[in-house]
Unconditional design. Sequence first.
Length: 407
Amino acid sequence: MSYATALRCRKCGREYPLEPLNLCDFCFSPLEISYDYKRMAKAVSQEKISGGPPNMWRYKDLLPVDGDVVDIGTGFTPLVKADNLGRELVLDHLYIKNDCLNPTYSFKDRVVSVAITKAREFGFDIVACASTGNLAASVAAHAAKANMKSYVFIPSDVERGKLVGIAIYNPVLVMVEGSYDDVNRLCSQLAQRYNWGFININLRPYYAEGSKTLGYEVAEQLGWCAPDCVVAPAGSGLLFTRIWKSLDELSMLGLIGPVNTHMYLTQAAGCSPIVNAFQSGALHVHPVKPNTIAKSIAIGNPADGYYALRVARQCGGGACAITDEELVEGMKLLAETEGIFAEAAGGVVIAGLKKLVASGVIKRNELTVAFITGAGLKTQEAVAEVVHPFVIKPTLESFEEVAGNQA
Ligand SMILES: Cc1ncc(COP(=O)(O)O)c(C=O)c1O
Ligand SMILES: [Zn+2]
């Protein structure tokens, strides 16, 4: 049995049984999983985790899951020491957490693996989600593995490169004429009407916990310690809050020392409601209408924006917005220095990191981890201008005519 004890309202603290529920009946705030950390602490150790499977399920004791899991091989992605990029940005201890290397090429496999496992435990036959693109691919793939039917809803302007990567798993793929916020609103209505497991709606508290494995892995890969600085993207803001929670939990369980990590959140300037609130000192996040090529994080009304804002403030971190031009430069810089092709959200992270270092917010000697959460082949249109090959006949002369003599 897992160490999860209840669902707890983040605002008023009311508790609910561990069921497919995401909002408090009294104050409509999000519910979060509570654990019996005393019992959990007795069960976990660095040795036990290190001896576990080379995937996210080595952290099963820290997740709200009871029986067999739905696993397509997610997690334990590389933490790359990024010396070339570090030299470029003047950072001595820079690491890239490369979560492009998950089965459907984004970190969403982590959240879905937990949520669909719970969907099966709760007896749902059908799963569904509201997605900006990556989540849909992951839900469809996991549903295939679990022999479940899936309905995935995406905005109609999703990048072309994402469509095949969703459809290949044979879900019911529904394109909604509207923004992600419209898709999400529709799915909330559908969740009231149909008895489906909506991965990021009625199963959201479980889904959220999957993101913690990113932080656990980083701490383990650093030799059981927390980084000084984290730079991560924010759409709904949930991932950002869970990286923080993961480090906090490891410390509470005695697996790492005290955590003094500064958490920096990055968004595209064309959709930066959380950054706006951070910079203006506002208590609440005001919705915006998205207009950016970073579509996977183009969420104008972020469900966990308030909590992400609180994390950034509480840990002495920050928030930074990046223009589309800057994010394209970020994608290119990461590829050219580290050989990692990130999607537009990754470009936002790298450009944000660059800004934070250049402005002296992140210091040269601070151990910094940048989270790359999705792969670039899905958002090729963002950098299509890099393609300008030499076109030649298959002869030496033709090569040297265009390229000059390279001997
Ligand atoms: C590649 C990628 N990075 C980051 C995010 C943001 O995650 P969250 O909504 O938890 O803030 C998403 C969300 O779809 C994503 O697809
Ligand atoms: Zn409440």
